[in-house]
Design a binder for this molecule. Structure first.
Ligand code: MRU
Length: 337
């Protein structure tokens, strides 16, 4: 059966797979305006760095289609600002918006702008799938024949146009005939590992075992893991990498247990404008994500909460960064451009 796609463009509307509802139900939200898309990104209906970039690209197509020849530039600028203000950490969002606005700037007429934006958004989707396939091929070569992989969050088909980055490597290793087994961390607070990665891998018939985040060290100490692979939201020029909260702890654990720790990401996730991870803005999300699970309160009313959505793993702890252009090893300065 074909994998359900996160991002679907049909008859001038954007249908986004509602990731908040998985794995309980497979439902799509129809977005007709850039505002709909911005809400979807903010609320995590669509999430994952490449997926939010591609969704924002179609958000700009919607803004153009709803606009007029007189107000197109102004409407596009407004939509671009709105979409850019949704989530601060994943650079793919800003990368996609910039590509779209540059494409629009090259056309003079309203209908040509709409056509061009549509083409550009489709291109962003196609490029992401191609990149993920290449990341998969490069990454699979790094894995042993009996690969026992730990992963965090969801860096899969759900987080991208298709195939996935970290999960793309896992898929490619299986397709290459390797024996693959996966330990998925549940990934509190929003449970992308339990709800999305476990579901996505099971749908594909890939062996997956779900563990709580605080079990990672013990599972490594038992010798059950020989590689860790995570995705990325933003990679600085020196290789410091922002990814889902908990990735940094996982990298330290992998280092202690001498297990290779890989980041798999397309080059659209690399931000050469920033030298180190210190410059990455880390999104802080609502306290309810921590005090509640699936709508049920689990902590005392009024408790203080700190909820950073991402952390930064120092480049030194990353054994290699796997991109569609190849595999890079520490030190990363001058290699990621
Ligand atoms: O808050 P999320 O679910 O958008 O966070 C997603 C991640 O941290 C992913 O690992 C990252 O975006 C890479 S997705 C290919």
């Amino acid at each position: 059966m074909a994998r359900p796609h996160t991002i679907n463009w049909q008859d001038n509307k954007l249908y986004l797979l509602d990731q908040r509802k998985l794995p309980i139900s497979v439902e799509y939200k129809c977005c007709e305006t850039a505002e709909d898309v911005a809400d979807a990104i903010k609320s995590l209906l669509v999430r994952g760095a490449p997926a939010i970039g591609a969704a924002a690209a179609y958000g700009l197509v919607l803004a153009a289609l709803k606009s007029t020849p007189e107000t197109i530039r102004e409407d596009l600028n407004r939509a671009a600002n709105l979409l850019a203000g949704t989530r601060p950490t994943a650079v793919n969002l800003f990368w996609a918006i910039e590509k779209m606005m540059a494409a629009a700037a090259e056309e003079a007429e309203y209908s040509a702008i709409c056509r061009r934006l549509q083409q550009k958004a489709d291109e962003i989707m196609e490029l992401d799938v191609e990149s993920n396939r290449a990341i998969g091929r490069f990454g699979a070569e790094l894995l042993p024949d009996d690969a026992r992989i730990m992963t965090i969050c969801n860096a899969g088909a759900l987080a991208t146009a298709d195939y996935g980055t970290a999960l793309g490597v896992i898929r490619a290793a299986k397709e290459a005939g390797k024996h693959v087994t996966v330990y998925a961390l549940e990934t509190r607070p929003v449970l992308q590992g339990a709800r999305l990665t476990a579901w996505e891998l099971m749908e594909d018939g890939i062996d997956v075992t779900l563990i709580c985040d605080n079990m990672a060290g013990a599972v490594m100490a038992e010798g059950k893991v020989n590689a860790v692979i995570a995705g990325a939201d933003r990679i600085a020029a020196n290789g410091d990498t922002a990814n889902k909260i908990g990735t940094y702890s996982l990298a330290i654990l992998a280092n202690w247990h001498q297990i290779p720790f890989y980041i798999a990401a397309p080059t659209s996730t690399i931000d050469l404008q920033i030298k180190t991870g210190k410059e990455i803005v880390i999104e802080e999300r609502a306290a309810e994500e921590v005090t509640h699970i699936a709508g049920h309160r689990i902590a005392p009313t009024g408790v203080k909460v700190y909820n950073p959505a991402f952390d930064v793993t120092p480049a030194k702890l990353i054994s290699a960064i796997i991109t569609e252009r190849g595999v890079f090893e520490f030190p990363y300065e001058g290699k990621l451009g």
